[in-house]
Write a protein that binds this ligand. Structure first.
Ligand code: FPP
Ligand code: MG
Length: 479
């Protein structure tokens, strides 16, 4: 039987197989590829507490007041951003360069933040937590950080043909060599069920499992993949203050880089060893596409020969708008948070994953409603969006839908997708002369309050407080 070490030393993650030069927007996609030498692992002193888990506690005294959500997991967010790039090496340096492009400009990292905070707020509560904790400690059980990087398939099959991994590459000059069968992997025996009745208690100090950190990376990668595709569809000139990927690399490579990211996330997902999480996250990818299609349909219904989106103020327009908002934005937050709780050992019938889903769903809708307000208020210079960019795209969001209730002239503008000269300016003016922005913010606040309310079910912890603070931040944000 394999050795299980409770205080095993946390090994550093493997460095990336290739390193590419920083992407430069003005050139198309030529890069210098360097073979990076793998430095030998440095021995580390065993840390004081459970080292298989990333822990957010430090010896520094806790600052007074409520915790800052980002500060609570700042080291983990930083590390996951850095190690995420290791997942993106490929035999095509140009592909790697584009895939990394959006990670070079700091994002809000809201999705990984949500995964990390929910993990911390619920680890210890699920009835299978003891198993998940054991898998993160025990060699061969599949939950340790280094095991998440280890391929399940023989390496030369997985990387065949990848010239950047010569050690693992089967040459095409010879035929494929069959390997003699090896004895199947014998996983170590899990511990028996805890003798005492499971009492749900949040682990203290707050902890994260390696699988949960990897999930945080996966959700960010999916988000970035969707942005690569979205910037092609929206023809966005800028993203986060820099030329968008389609501007820097062209449409075709941007779409392919998004697909490549999804390929890498699929492999990383399977290693988490939890079918429910694979199902949840795969359904998010489908939701993102469904949301985009729903938006395209509502924008180009007539060209696409779609009937049924009547230009009447009413539930139907709101239903479509909110459904699209859930699919494009809230689904990733809701299912990402739920998946984090599943990875923490929460089983069916336990309330914790319901709380995570309800929180993420409401927070995501609030976040998008505020995004739609910001589009009217000042625009977003970093995105290259003047105020009213949504209107330019033909999109009627919350503020316009509310304004329509007060100004019937908005109806024909929405119907013709603000296409005629002066339509965008008129629509912005109608929104300004209505309570559309205010009412959209009220709706966002209602969703954020709902998100905060569901947290009441969780035991008190710093992570829970940080999640509460986040609901307020989302409504007040100005960028
Ligand atoms: C940004 O919306 C875009 C999204 C939230 C999702 C886009 C989804 C797709 C293009 C479907 C394909 C998905 C995958 C995973 C490949 P926005 O245009 O409102 O925001 P922006 O102003 O930041 O561009
Ligand atoms: Mg866009």
């Amino acid at each position: 039987m394999r050795r299980c070490s409770v205080a095993g030393v946390r090994r550093p993650s493997l460095p990336p197989p290739v390193s590419v030069t920083r992407a430069r927007a003005h050139r198309k996609y030529s890069v210098h590829v360097q073979q990076k030498k793998v430095p030998p692992a440095q021995p580390q002193a065993p840390p004081a507490n459970d080292t298989f888990l990333a822990t957010s506690t430090s010896s520094a005294p806790k600052p007074p007041g409520r915790p800052d959500p980002y500060a609570l997991v700042a080291p983990q967010l930083k590390e996951l951003r850095e190690t995420l790039l290791n997942l993106l090496g490929s035999s095509h340096p140009s592909l790697t360069e584009i895939a990394k492009y959006y990670f070079l400009h700091p994002s809000k990292q809201l999705r990984p933040l949500l995964v990390l905070l929910f993990s911390q707020a619920t680890n210890g509560l699920g009835s299978s937590w003891y198993l998940k904790k054991w898998a993160a400690q025990c060699e061969g059980a599949g939950g340790r950080a280094e095991e998440l990087d280890r391929p399940l398939t023989r390496a030369d099959v997985l990387n065949d043909w990848n010239p950047n991994m010569p050690d693992h590459t089967a040459s095409f000059q010879t035929s494929f060599t069959l390997q003699s069968p090896r004895p199947p992997h014998q996983p170590p025996l899990p511990p028996p069920f805890p003798p005492a009745l499971h009492v749900p208690t949040v682990e203290s100090p707050l902890v994260l499992l390696p699988t949960q950190v990897r999930l945080a990376q996966i959700v960010e990668m999916i988000h970035v993949a969707s942005l690569l595709h979205d910037d092609v569809i929206d023809k966005s000139p800028l993203r986060r203050g820099a030329p968008s990927a389609p501007v820097a690399f062209g449409n075709k490579l941007s779409v392919l880089a998004g697909d490549f990211l999804l390929g890498r996330t699929s492999a990383a997902l399977s290693r988490l060893g939890e079918n429910e999480v694979v199902e949840l996250i795969a359904s998010v990818i489908a939701n993102l596409v469904e949301g985009e299609i729903l938006q395209l349909k509502s924008m180009h219904a007539e060209e696409l020969g779609i009937v049924g989106l009547s230009p009447k103020v009413g539930q139907e327009n709101w239903n479509i708008y909110l459904q699209k908002t859930y699919l494009k934005t809230a689904s990733l937050m809701a299912k990402g948070a739920r998946a984090a709780v599943v990875l923490g050992g929460c089983k069916d019938g336990e309330v914790w994953k319901e709380v995570a889903y309800a929180y993420g769903r409401n927070l995501g809708i609030a976040f998008q409603l505020v995004d739609d307000i910001l589009d009217y208020e000042a625009g977003d210079a970093t995105l290259g969006k003047p105020g009213g960019a949504d209107l330019q795209l033909g999109l009627a969001t919350g503020p316009a839908l509310f304004a329509w209730e007060e100004h019937p002239e908005m109806g024909p503008l929405i119907k013709r997708k603000f296409e005629q000269p002066g339509d965008v300016e008129l629509a912005r003016d109608l929104v300004r002369r209505s309570s559309g922005v205010e009412r959209t913010r009220d709706l966002a606040r209602a969703h954020a309050d709902k998100a905060k309310e569901v947290l009441a079910v969780l035991p008190d912890s710093e992570a829970k407080e940080a999640l509460e603070v986040l609901t307020e931040r989302v409504v007040k944000r100005t960028s």
